[in-house]
Design a protein around this ligand. Sequence first.
Ligand SMILES: [Fe+2]
Length: 256
Amino acid sequence: MYESKKPDAHGIVEYSPVENETWAILYERQSKIVQNRACDEFLKGLEVLNMPKDRVPQCAEVTKSLKKATGWAVSPVQKIIPLRTFFELLANRHFPAATFIRTREDLDYLQEPDIFHEFFGHCPLLTNPAYANFVESYGKRALQAKPDHRSVLGRLFWFTIEFGLVKTLQGLRIYGGGILSSFEETQYALESPVPERLDFDIRQVMKTAYRYDEIQKRYYVLDSIQDLFKINQLDLLGLAEKISQNIDQAEDFITC
Ligand SMILES: [Fe+2]
């Protein structure tokens, strides 16, 4: 069972030599496999952040680069935080990061999002304005949403920020952090014949149930990362309400 580490009085989290080595292994392996698989915006963000390769970065270090790029910060949090706190942080451009790293035995399979998932999977794209604005907006809307509609709204986060694919001139690329922090899924998402890869359709996305504890069977594909700006303009709360109440007839539920 993982526990988040508490930052000291200066906000520094101390990681053991084994934990730093785990980061180094993950970083080296993942930064290679995302080449020609992650979207250009992600790879550019990875360069901008220029995170240490031999030790777990501190939140303050990553925050410094994010602040300059889009005004975002990374906030160290406990492994489990109330949902409301999570949304409030996002709405205020603070990305929550649980301060623990997976063990060597869990390198390839992790259900609990650790610091590698947050820093490597999400922070590079938080340097991109379309992605950064989208995440902030999602937090604000989730705060306004009625609790009964949040799970439908949550599917939007899942199929974009966590597991989104995008079309590029070079072919399909990944921008979802849940994929980009997983060695296995980074290959599977693009190359396996198993999962469906459907054009992004907001109604269909909100109607699609998902499993968080197994590899995905379906991905949704944006035409461009810039489309996140367009999605932000939609009446997402109205749509989530209709779909939650089955007013907008379900056409395509999958239960995996
Ligand atoms: Fe995540």
